[in-house]
Design a protein around this ligand. Structure first.
Ligand SMILES: Cc1ncc(COP(=O)(O)O)c(C=O)c1O
Length: 391
């Protein structure tokens, strides 16, 4: 028999999936990868404090690598096998101190942390109540869990209270999942009322602090006088790096190590990433300049929204995320393109990432943005919006 000649593999793709791509394209919602233009002024990245590019943090990270005489790059295995190196254990001890918590468990990303935590804790007899605008990682964690789940209206604690009243006697444990600052709207729930409600009903809170850490406060919700079940801090935003930590009790840590699949069945974070995450926390602990400058930039941006009479377009937010709702994928893409032509990197957020009709420009503010940049970007935006209105 003639031997078949070995060739490079060819790839095939089902028509059913191709149709979904075509539909996305027709809806003007096809996602494409593109490299940011470094010449544009950054109003788009999550690098709120400029830490991804901070030379002092690089030096601190280098010091850590040297202190551990670490030549390694890869962790070489899961934390449960060969990947549990000394530096990652010591980072977790430091994070316990930094966030005043009993235990800290590092994950590869915020997505992994939410997925592993929420999917593993939700049992068949449990209920998860979550804000309708929760991040995809929260929703995916819920989808993978065995618990029953209902959403409550965005930041609507009356709706949450009604659901708690209705369901309180029907489930073994009730978890509430919400974000301190919402990733697409930049707004927040009234935390005091949330806390009161949770105490009244004896429920377990899971707080995602991805966009509030380093922006609203340097240590997140550790000043809240309340019993929380878990806090998720991500390192890819204010810390300018990658990864995340779940904060909670010693029991929670033990539980995650045993049941959270995105912790167990994956290679641990690289040694360099661990050094960087430690370094960026050390830097934030002893420096407030970037944090304070970001705070004044947020105030300046809000002042300029008013000065340009743009308040009706913007969702009320005290955070570094300021969203200008325009509506329509094509409209938002057009204005974003025009802003980019004027030198500003402001990204359109399209449906289905946000609900239809709520398509928007999302401005992410940074410590390194200048007041002049803030004034001019809103000036340009205001001119385009007036022009569009008159057309
Ligand atoms: C609220 C929220 N939680 C979790 C994540 C996921 O974090 P990471 O980027 O580290 O995977 C994000 C990322 O955008 C987020 O906005």
């Amino acid at each position: 028999m003639k031997k078949k000649q070995i060739q490079n593999p060819k790839f095939i793709f089902p028509n059913s999936l191709k149709k979904k791509l075509i539909q996305r394209h027709e809806e003007g919602a096809l996602r494409l990868l593109r490299t940011p233009d470094p010449k544009l002024i950054d109003f788009s990245s999550n690098d709120y404090l400029g830490f991804s590019n901070n030379p002092f943090i690089s030096d601190l990270a280098q010091d850590k690598l040297q202190a551990y005489s670490s030549q390694a790059h890869g962790a070489t295995g899961s934390r449960l096998l060969t990947g549990n190196y000394a530096m990652i254990e010591d980072l977790e001890s430091y994070l316990k101190y930094y966030y005043s918590t009993e235990a800290a468990t590092v994950f590869n990303s915020g997505y992994d942390a939410n997925l592993g935590l929420i999917s593993s804790v939700g049992q068949r007899q449990d209920l998860i109540l979550y804000d309708e605008l929760s991040h995809a990682s929260i929703r995916d964690g819920i989808a993978l869990s065995k618990a029953k789940a209902y959403k409550f209206s965005h930041n609507n604690l009356k709706d949450l209270e009604q659901k708690l009243t209705k369901f309180q006697d029907q489930f073994q444990t009730i978890y509430i999942v919400t974000e301190l600052v919402f990733s697409m709207d930049g707004d927040s729930a009234d935390v005091d009322i949330l806390v009161e409600l949770c105490e009244q009903f004896g429920v377990y809170i899971i707080l995602d602090e991805a966009h509030s850490i380093g922006t609203i406060s340097k240590k997140g919700s550790d000043n809240l006088d309340v019993k929380l079940f878990a806090r998720i801090i991500t390192f890819g935003k204010s810390f300018g790096s990658h990864g995340a930590v779940v904060l909670g009790s010693n029991d929670l840590k033990q539980y995650l190590i045993n049941f959270a699949k995105s912790f167990i069945y994956t290679t641990a974070p690289s040694v360099e990433t661990t050094a960087r995450n430690w370094a960026s926390h050390l830097y934030l602990e002893s420096n407030s300049t970037e944090f304070e400058t970001l705070g004044s930039n947020i105030k300046c941006f809000k002042k300029q929204i008013e000065a340009n009479q743009l308040s009706d377009f913007f969702i009320e937010s005290q955070s570094a995320i300021q969203s200008c709702v325009i509506g329509g994928n094509e409209n938002v893409k057009l204005i974003s393109k025009q802003l980019q032509q004027e030198g500003f990197d402001v990204r359109p957020i399209l449906s289905p990432t946000v609900p239809k009709g709520k398509e928007r420009l999302r401005f992410c503010l940074h410590s390194f943005n200048t007041e002049e940049e803030i004034r001019s970007v809103l000036n340009v935006l205001s001119n385009y919006l007036i022009q569009t209105k008159n057309e």
